[in-house]
Design a protein around this ligand. Sequence first.
Ligand SMILES: [Zn+2]
Length: 406
Amino acid sequence: MTLPAENCPVCDSPSTSLFLDRPSVPVHQNLLMASPEEASQIKRGRLAMHVCSTCGFVFNRAFDDRLMSYNQNYENTQVHSPAFNEYVDQLVGTVLRDSGMRGATIVEVGCGKGDFIKRLLRTDPRARGYGFDPSYLGPDVVLDGRLKFEKRFYDASSADLKADIVICRHVIEHITRPNEIVRAVRSAVESNPEAHVFFETPSVDWILENEVTWDFFYEHCSLFTAASLSTLFTRNRFHVESVRHVFGEQYLWLHARPTAVTPQVTLQPGTTPENARRFKDVEARRNRVWRELIQAESARGPLVVWGAGAKAVTFANLVDPDHHWIEAIVDVNPSKQGKYLAGSQHPIIAPDSLQELQPTCVLVLNPNYRDEISQRLSSLGLSTEIIDLMHDGVLSESGQLEAPTI
Ligand SMILES: [Zn+2]
C-alpha cells in the first residue's frame, strides 16, 4: 500500500490545509454495475482534499489505494462522442507539430485500450509505437507490427526502448505519489536527451474557478495547477517547454524535454489556495440549489442526466443519492447501457430510449457536449429542454437558481 504523503507530494512543503471533506463517496466512478444491488454495495472512501499553500497542488490525503481496482469492468472510453473524437484528433496534430517529428518511436504510458496511440500511428504511417498498461486487454501487436502493447508499467527497465516521444494522458491524477511516475519516465528517457514528453491531466484551477463540484471525486487523488505541474517536472530534471489549457480549459497539456541538470524551481501557488478555501461554502450552496432544481424539474416530468462518466456519478451521489428525482442517465457508449451508476443506482440508458421515456428535461454537466446532445435530441424528434448546469444554472445573490436561458 502507498500511504498518502503528510507533506505536499509535489514540493514537500508541510503547509497544506483541508478544504473539502466528503466522508463517504464511491471510490470508483467508471466501474460498470450490473444491478442496483451491486451498485449500492460499492466500496466507499473518504475524500479529504488538501491544498498546498506553497505550490498550489491539490490532493486527497485520505486516499487509500488498497480500495482501487482498475479491472476489465473499468470503462472510461469516450470515443463514442463526436465532440471528444474531434478533440483527440486535434491533440494528435499537436503532438506531431510540437515534437516536429515523423517516423518517431512513440510510447504511451497508461494507454488504456490504446485508442490514442493507434490514432497517432494511423496519422503518421512511418511511426512505431509501444503502449504500456498493466490492465491492457487485446492483441499484443497491431497495425502490421508497428504498434505493440505491454501489460506492465513503463519505468527504468524500459530504457533500452529508445523513445522519441512519451505520452501519458489522464494517469497522473490517479496516483498518490505523482513524483514516482515522472521520475520513472525521466529514467526511461535517460538514453535519449532529445525526447519529447507530453502529459495531460485535469486543471484544478478550472474546477475551482468554475465551481465544478462534480469534478472532485475519489479516483482523482492528485490534481494540478499549471504551476504545480511545471514544478513536478522541473524537480525531476525536465525543461518545461509549455503547459497549455486544452479541452475548453478543462485539461492541462504539458510539453517537456529532459535536461542534464535540475533547473531552478520557482514555486507559485497563485490564487489556488484562496479559491480552495472558499470551496466548502460553494459546495454547500450549489448542492442546495441543485437539489431544489431537480425536485422542481422531476415534478414536471421525467428528468435525465446526459453522460454516465465520473461527473454524473459524483453529481448523482451528491444531489440524488437514493435515486428519488433523476429518472435515468443517458450514455452513448453501448457498454454502459443497461448498467447502473455506482452508489446512487441510477439506470444507464441509450439515447434511443428517450423516445419512449419522453423526458421533460436533460441536465448537461459538461458544456463541451451541449451541441452534440442538442443535435442528438433533435434527430430523435425530441424538443426536450436542456439545462447546461455550468452556464444556464446561474446563481443569484440569494443563492437561487435563476430561470434557465432556454
Ligand atoms: Zn506543494
